[in-house]
Design a protein around this ligand. Structure first.
Ligand SMILES: NC(=O)c1ccc[n+]([C@@H]2O[C@H](COP(=O)([O-])OP(=O)(O)OC[C@H]3O[C@@H](n4cnc5c(N)ncnc54)[C@H](O)[C@@H]3O)[C@@H](O)[C@H]2O)c1
Length: 377
């Protein structure tokens, strides 16, 4: 693979712009990693494309139909960041075009869509595909991952992970596609936020065997932004109570929560692990802090380490500085590009196989709520 990889973006919204920004500061890395070179963009909305043609000098091609972008032989890889109801059609088309794919979660609006995407990948083993998930790249989470690998926690008692928001507490906030099941899917907040809670436990070998789900809808209508109202028919909050089996074969209770109505939370991603020898917590609300306790028997004390800027892939930023969301996106893309280049990273992006497990869990969660009982996966 050459030094740069020529990329197209399909979906020039919030996440498309985040990718362009990360790709533009590749000089941040201190090691040689192939750089994404953004040459083509596609969006049905001209104003989405305009941002890119105004701000990204390497963009040479602009399309309103993704099929045209996929016909461009110069494009080697595609970042696809479109609403969930389009994942299946567009991801499968990207894969069949032989271009590499970074897809967005939930990697298909439902189980059938995800199955179809994975079948296309099986038929095209030459395509490298991953699903975006950036929070594990916070340096404090990298410490957490080392502690898990080094088995510092001893026998695991429990895991809790979550991704919570509060902006929907504003009942006057206008509707968008993420609050409408026809675009966002029946999973609601689980499909939108769930993969973020699953990346670390799945990769660390905590695999859910069953689930009991509590799903809540609080707001049924929202302003449509045009003076009227529109149905808001997605799940607002979900708590999934799972039993996972860890690498030792032990059963570990695992709670995964995804909430849009979580007072005080702004994009709060967290992970907590409780063990016989030690326990630890991370929350993106305190992005620099790794909180841990060691077991001294009867009593324990929590302590905070301020980790500083010590990410998985080294950068020019000094280790005493702070790390943030845009840095996590850059790390995620660095990991994707290294893996695409055939190199190892200590913590890689969410794999298509992991998205399949995620869909089995989300589908079982919906059935669990319908039948009000625990479901095996
Ligand atoms: N990894 C993360 O942290 C994260 C955060 C937010 C969203 N997402 C995911 O990213 C994806 C996109 O979300 P977003 O927040 O960027 O949404 P967005 O609404 O900001 O952007 C989506 C874009 O897709 C465009 N689009 C719609 N139909 C299209 C079509 N047929 N062809 C081309 N473009 C089309 C829209 O015009 C829009 O510009 C979703 O899958 C979402 O779940 C991921």
């Amino acid at each position: 693979m050459g030094k740069n990889v020529r990329f197209g973006i399909i979906g020039c919204g919030l996440m498309g712009r985040e990718f362009a920004s990360a790709a533009a500061r590749w000089q941040h890395f201190t090691e040689e990693i192939p750089q994404p070179q953004l040459i083509a963009v596609c969006d049905v909305n001209p104003s989405g494309r305009k941002w890119f043609t105004n701000h990204v000098p390497t963009v040479q091609y602009e399309y309103d139909d993704y099929r045209e972008l996929l016909k461009n032989p110069e494009v080697e890889a595609v970042y696809c960041a479109v609403p969930h109801h389009l994942h299946e059609e567009i991801y499968v088309a990207v894969i069949e075009s032989g271009k590499h794919l970074m897809g967005e979660k939930p990697f298909g609006i439902d189980q059938a869509a995800n199955d179809h995407i994975l079948e296309a990948l099986q038929e095209h083993p030459e395509v490298f595909a991953r699903c975006a998930s950036e929070f594990p790249y916070f340096p404090a989470m990298q410490v957490m991952l080392s502690w898990i690998r080094e088995e510092k926690f001893g026998r695991i008692l429990e895991i809790k992970a979550g991704f919570n928001h509060s902006s929907d507490m504003d009942t006057k906030k206008p509707i968008n596609w993420k609050r409408q099941a026809c675009y966002n899917g029946a999973y609601g907040c689980i499909g939108d936020l769930g993969i973020h809670t699953q990346h670390v436990p799945f990769r660390m070998g905590f695999l859910p065997r069953n689930v009991y789900a509590s799903l809540r809808k609080y707001i049924n209508q929202r302003p449509d932004g045009k003076g009227g109202t529109a149905a808001c028919d997605t799940w607002d909050n979900a708590v999934l109570f799972c039993e996972a089996v860890d690498k030792r074969g032990e059963t570990v209770p695992m709670t995964l929560e995804t909430k849009r109505m979580s007072p005080g939370d702004t994009n709060n991603w967290y992970f907590e692990i409780y063990g016989m020898e030690a326990s630890a917590k991370f929350t993106s609300s305190k992005p620099d802090i790794f909180t841990f306790t060691q077991s001294w028997g009867k009593e324990q004390a929590w302590a905070d380490i301020h980790i500083g800027y010590k990410p998985m892939l080294p950068t020019i930023t000094g280790p005493i500085f702070e790390f943030g969301f845009t840095d996590a996106i850059l790390q995620m893309w660095g990991a994707y590009m290294k893996e695409l280049d055939g190199r190892q990273v200590s913590f890689g992006c969410f794999t298509p196989e992991e998205t399949a497990l995620s869909h089995r869990l989300s589908t079982a969660a919906l059935r669990s709520y319908e039948e009000r009982k625990a479901m095996d996966l």
